[in-house]
Design a protein around this ligand. Structure first.
Ligand SMILES: Cc1cc2nc3c(=O)[nH]c(=O)nc-3n(C[C@H](O)[C@H](O)[C@H](O)COP(=O)(O)O)c2cc1C
Length: 139
């Protein structure tokens, strides 16, 4: 089984482009060596990240380390469960550029601020992630 953890957090910096670049570079160095794959989104000043792996302890340990990163705060776990296979098997950390408007529409919400994102319904989050995973397979 694959353990998957999805959280939302609030970006605390003021240069998202360079921070995102550095975060993705660190992820692509570290994650493949630890059997971790996933997806990172940046929506309206919030991160949404999927971390998945076959070793739950390793996924949790990475999450604990990421939680200490000063580039974000107020981490809130949206999904924390096991599933039969990875959603993002080909990505040490996929990056999906998506606008606030697009994400709001997918999530059926009016505003994409942190408070709203952190209260997203589990089923909506799962459905959005499934869509992304399938879109990747098609591409
Ligand atoms: C939103 C967010 C997501 C992150 N995701 C990962 C990740 O998936 N893997 C990882 O190794 N580091 C990730 N990081 C970075 C870690 O917090 C930490 O800075 C990094 O692993 C340190 O790497 P270094 O020792 O190579 O500098 C993330 C940071 C943030 C803010």
């Amino acid at each position: 089984m694959i353990y998957q953890l999805v959280y939302v957090s609030e970006y605390t910096g003021d240069s998202p482009e360079s921070d995102l670049h550095d975060i993705l570079a660190a992820s692509r160095r570290f994650n493949p060596q630890h059997g971790i794959t996933g997806l990172l989104l940046f929506v309206g000043g919030s991160f949404i990240q999927v971390l998945e792996g076959d070793d739950e302890a390793k996924v949790r340990a990475l999450y604990e380390r990421i939680a200490l990163d000063p580039r974000h705060a107020r981490l809130d776990v949206l999904l924390d469960y096991t599933l039969p296979k990875r959603l993002f098997p080909d990505w040490s950390m996929a990056w999906m550029p998506i606008s606030e408007t697009e994400f709001c529409a997918l999530a059926h919400i009016q505003r994409c601020d942190f408070a709203t994102l952190s209260q997203l319904d589990n089923n909506i989050v799962s459905n959005i992630l499934l869509n992304f995973a399938e879109a990747k397979l098609d591409g």
